[in-house]
Design a protein around this ligand. Structure first.
Ligand code: PGA
Ligand code: ZN
Length: 417
């Protein structure tokens, strides 16, 4: 059994230039695993707590307390334990913290150790991370959900919808997924340039133009898909993340031409939208506490459209249980740092898949060169991965990792959508 001999944490920086936690876990046999935790901007209120210091030198963003918790508290409690027993390591971390939302030690501290341990264990067994984590060894690649126009809190432009994504449904393998996306993105860029819109990118690598409306963004993407020789809705479909927490004022939603509308009218609007455009997936269409409207919407359009709970479920087993009972959605976005350990994330994924919910593994808007989620998506048989556009190396790194895995597995084929 490879014992943990050292756990060492440090402050590094994420893709927004904000401090975050990196941890190394060292084993007796010399194996090392290292992980950097990501960080969200449009976070759900039920997410596990990200511990940040109250220090004006870093505008209250530094993570030295979380790091001290790893170096001074966590290390001595997991030292000499078996790295291969991920469940036990995670249980020790959860018990050590003792709070419901990991606010004592910090979910960022805990998750960095959990993932670093998992990577060290994979090394020690001479396996790739996805091979080490996979239960059924039935490897297929997840379809990428690529966020090619950024709005909302991820860009300082005019768009209210946070993410306009494309999904290359007609691609036969990952390499082809990338080719479909590459061409569409390059054509979209040309369209934007021709109309004198900015081609600067937002936090997740998608363009962030000041378009006149959210629907204009959808129409431009459809044009780019067609220009690339693909059929919208068949070869490439459109997926949205409304991130509606951010546009809800406590009573109404404001985003259609800046008018405020009720949840019932919003549901009607979504129905019109999916009839008008080849939209196959809508994430966080409704704010995180309005369970009734989630169920209504899923009832109205959920047969043909993926309804994805991100802030609604926050990768949390209890919230997903409620969502399954109330038929609130049919898919779940999975973010490890919403819950804080590998084991708890796997438990939520298992529950989702046992109830035929689609699982989509996701990056965060503040991310890093760490590509763990690519391996994690394959290991968990998730059918999609959402990790930004083909721009900004912290996003592209995840897609590149997927291409290398495809090569390693000798073209294993794609997951079923
Ligand atoms: P976040 O956004 O990482 O800023 O929370 C991603 C999302 O809402 O899916
Ligand atoms: Zn989201």
């Amino acid at each position: 059994m490879p014992k943990i001999t050292k756990v060492k944490s440090r402050q590094v920086f994420d893709s927004r230039g904000l401090p975050t936690v990196e941890t190394d876990v060292l084993l007796q046999d010399g194996s090392i695993g290292s992980a950097i935790v990501p960080s969200g901007a449009s976070t759900g209120s039920y997410e596990a707590n990200e511990l940040r210091d109250k220090d004006p030198k870093y505008l209250n963003k530094s993570v030295f307390n979380a790091i001290e918790n790893v170096n001074n508290i966590i290390e001595k409690n997991i030292k000499n334990f078996d790295s291969l027993d991920q469940e036990n390591i995670d249980k020790i971390l959860i018990d050590l913290d003792g709070t419901k939302n990991k606010s004592k030690l910090g979910a960022n501290a805990i998750l960095s150790v959990s993932i670093a341990n998992c990577k060290a264990a994979a090394k020690s067994t001479n396996k790739e991370i996805f091979q080490y984590l996979s239960k059924n060894k039935n490897y297929k690649l997840p379809y990428p959900l690529m966020n090619i126009i950024n709005g909302g809190v991820h860009a300082n432009n005019s768009l209210n919808i946070q993410e306009f994504m494309i999904r290359p449904d007609g691609a036969k393998n990952y390499q082809e997924c990338m080719q479909f996306a590459f061409l569409t993105i390059q054509n979209l860029k040309k369209f934007l340039e021709n109309q004198n819109f900015s081609t600067c990118v937002g936090d997740e690598g998608g363009f962030a133009p000041n378009l006149n409306s959210d629907e204009e963004a959808i129409e431009l993407i459809i044009e780019a898909i067609k220009k690339s020789g693909f059929e919208p809705g068949k070869d490439i479909s459109i997926c949205l993340d409304i991130a509606s927490n951010e546009i809800f004022d406590g009573k109404k939603y404001s985003f259609i031409n800046d008018k405020s509308i009720t949840s019932d009218n919003l549901i009607r609007y979504y129905k019109t939208l999916v009839n008008k455009y080849p939209i196959k997936s809508i994430e966080d269409p409704i704010f995180e506490d309005d369970w009734n409207s989630w169920s209504k919407l899923t009832d109205v359009i959920g047969k043909n459209v993926q309804i994805v709970g991100d802030d609604l479920f926050v990768t949390n087993y209890q919230r997903l249980t409620k969502g399954i009972q109330e038929k609130s959605a049919n898919s779940i976005l999975i973010k490890l740092n919403q819950i804080g350990t590998v084991t708890e994330t796997l438990k939520t994924i298992n529950l989702a898949q046992s109830r035929n919910f689609k699982t989509i593994i996701s990056h965060r808007s503040g991310d890093s060169e760490d590509t763990f989620i690519s391996d994690f998506a394959i290991a968990t048989n998730s059918n999609q991965i959402k990790t930004g556009s083909l721009a900004r190396s912290e996003r592209v790194a995840k897609y590149n990792r997927m291409l290398r895995i495809e090569e390693l597995l000798n073209n294993p084929g794609m997951q079923k959508l």
